[in-house]
Design a protein around this ligand. Structure first.
Ligand code: GRF
Length: 215
């Protein structure tokens, strides 16, 4: 299988897989960025979801991107599940994995196979309001409760420590007295849609020009 070339610098474009469990608005932002050329050095080759009802699957289909629902129930363990995902990603020659609202812990075989090649976006200014159990509205509820004056979003590398990998990019939002978890979530999500594509583009540019795969 041949890889598409980036016309600007004649390097093969990197193949990205996006893993998503829910709405997929970040997926859409990344798709738009690829189409508009904000991300010019990569393609989304595959979208994977562990949730059948994930709207992200519909967004992928509408964009003409291969997508697959992989039910956890078909596997004995999370490690077996991830071993299957690894085989799928290798089959699609994936070089970068982007988590976009993927609500499933990544196990060690996956972390090992794609070491330093898995990105995530978290809806707070990490290291604050991260870690186990801190996802979705729980993050924004905790931020509002803490009376913080700022929140934001963070793009980071995924490691075995939940939300603990190297921080690649952050964007802040101001919190006003009137903000609720819902209004804060909307403000942060808007920032995510700009930050994530930009961070992905920068990360892909910093990746070695050597493809992991033989053409
Ligand atoms: C985002 O807030 C992201 O930070 C978090 O999950 C949410 C996903 O939203 N990891 P969407 O599915 O991309 O709309």
């Amino acid at each position: 299988m041949l890889q598409e070339m980036d016309g600007y610098n004649s390097q093969p474009k990197k193949n990205i897989a996006v893993l998503a469990s829910g709405n997929g608005s970040n997926l859409s932002a990344i798709i738009d960025a690829v189409n508009l050329g904000t991300i010019k050095n990569a393609n989304i080759s595959l979208v994977v979801s562990n949730k059948k009802e994930a709207y992200a699957l519909k967004r992928a289909k509408d964009a003409g991107i291969s997508s697959i629902y992989v039910p956890r129930s078909q596997f004995c363990s999370d490690e077996d599940y991830d071993l299957y995902l690894i085989s799928l990603l290798i089959e699609h020659r994936i070089e970068l994995v982007v988590l976009a609202g993927y609500l499933k812990i990544i196990t060690w075989p996956f972390l090992k196979a794609f070491k330093d090649r898995i990105l995530n976006i978290h809806p707070s200014l990490l290291p604050d309001f991260g870690g186990r159990g801190m996802y979705g509205m729980k993050v924004h509820e905790a931020v509002i409760k803490s009376k913080s004056l700022k929140s934001g979003c963070t793009v980071h590398l995924v490691t075995e420590e939940i939300d603990g990998g190297t921080i690649l990019a952050q964007e802040e939002v101001d919190i006003s007295n009137e903000d609720t978890p819902e209004t804060l979530a909307a403000k942060v999500l808007k920032k995510e849609h700009k930050l994530y594509p930009q961070a992905i583009s920068n990360f892909v540019s910093s990746m070695s020009h050597e493809s992991r795969f033989i053409k």
